[in-house]
Design a binder for this molecule. Structure first.
Ligand SMILES: [Zn+2]
Length: 121
């Protein structure tokens, strides 16, 4: 991969990381804002609980994505970015543009999804 491409993917990944981390801090802030407050109406309480569960779920998903972005940045440093971790083939640039955190080519990704589906049945 050319140096210019590496730098482009790095800036895409880093801006995604900054956006996610900023988002996480905001969620923590919002949660501490509602903590310990008395809510007399049970309907209001349910709404707050729902909102809290939602932001926890969101943060769990964000945490996983943050981990994937950090792995992708490490692969950029190691020079293995854009190579399939399963078969070693080059991942197509079109796929990398849509999902720069991916470490599987489309063939291996499809196969792993099929294996997963079979495993669940
Ligand atoms: Zn592959």
């Amino acid at each position: 991969m050319r140096r210019r491409e590496v730098e482009r993917y790095r800036s895409v990944l880093e801006s995604q990381l900054v956006a996610l981390v900023g988002h996480g801090e905001q969620a923590v802030h919002e949660m501490s804002g509602t903590g310990g407050e008395e809510i007399p109406d049970p309907n209001d309480r349910a709404t707050v609980e729902e909102g809290r569960n939602w932001s926890l779920r969101l943060r769990d998903r964000d945490r996983k994505l943050i981990g994937k972005i950090e792995e992708a940045l490490a692969r950029l440093d190691a020079g293995t970015f854009g190579k399939c971790s399963a078969c070693g083939a080059a991942i197509s640039p079109a796929r990398l543009r849509v999902r720069p955190v991916t470490d599987l080519c489309i063939a291996c990704k499809t196969e792993s999804e099929q294996t997963e589906r079979r495993g669940r049945l």
